[in-house]
Write a protein that binds this ligand. Sequence first.
Ligand SMILES: Nc1ncnc2c1ncn2[C@@H]1O[C@H](COP(=O)(O)OP(=O)(O)OP(=O)(O)O)[C@@H](O)[C@H]1O
Ligand SMILES: [Mg+2]
Length: 262
Amino acid sequence: MAKTQQKPLIETANLVKKFGSFTALNGVELSVLPGEVHALLGDNGAGKSTLIKILSGVFPPTSGEIKVEGEVVNFASPRDASDAGIGTVYQDPALKPLTSVTRNFFLGRELTSFNSPFGLLKMAEMHQIATEEMAKIGINVADPEQAVGTMSGGQRQTLAIARAIYFGAKVLILDEPTSALGQKQQMEVLKTIRRVQKLGDIAIILITHNEIHARLIADRFTFLSLGEVIGKGTSKDLEGDDIKRLMAGGAKIGDLAKELAI
Ligand SMILES: Nc1ncnc2c1ncn2[C@@H]1O[C@H](COP(=O)(O)OP(=O)(O)OP(=O)(O)O)[C@@H](O)[C@H]1O
Ligand SMILES: [Mg+2]
């Protein structure tokens, strides 16, 4: 569990994102500690994906600041963010289904004997690394030469997460990792997240629409609504229907009930 005196691994100050005249993020402050699962929650259109796209270098903010380990960063591309230790895993990780687990694990960063892209691939070593790294966070791949298309959705998520960590992610951003999966696979992914958390110093930002998953796994929460932070707190701070209410954009459950009344 995260200690209170720890410094944030990643934080934003007064982050603003405008698309033309539309303001998608309006002064967002987010602060994520090492070793914590930080749930980023909010209704459709709240700005969650916009925020993580800025953190992962897909596009720049209109204004405001991002700091990684206390240093201001400016990402011109996803590569910059990845080099700074931000690993992002999307709902449907971009994997090549007909290609082996190992090749997908390395994808463009293969180990070669002569330290050149034309050198011989060190396949045995790559198989071993891919198998070990995935085992660390919970899946045992019988055959690393098997095509990725034969893995379950949950296993593919785990592969993408293991890969991000192996290639240096200190901050792991998961955008709705469970939403496209069946019950059993959802649990697999939650277990994977737990295991990553247990590694100790990685910060995990978890975006989900699933209140139960958020409750089960998150240490702290930030709630967005229409581009603004409308609440934050630890799992201890938030009780009763707080999480549900804030996820829905802050309206009281009573107000929602009224809205439903015809
Ligand atoms: N490229 C874009 N151009 C114009 N508007 C955009 C763009 N991307 C997002 N928006 C708008 O910004 C707002 C926030 O969108 P965003 O995708 O960040 O929400 P979200 O919280 O991820 O929602 P969901 O839960 O549905 O994934 C929405 O109103 C959306 O229409
Ligand atoms: Mg989204």
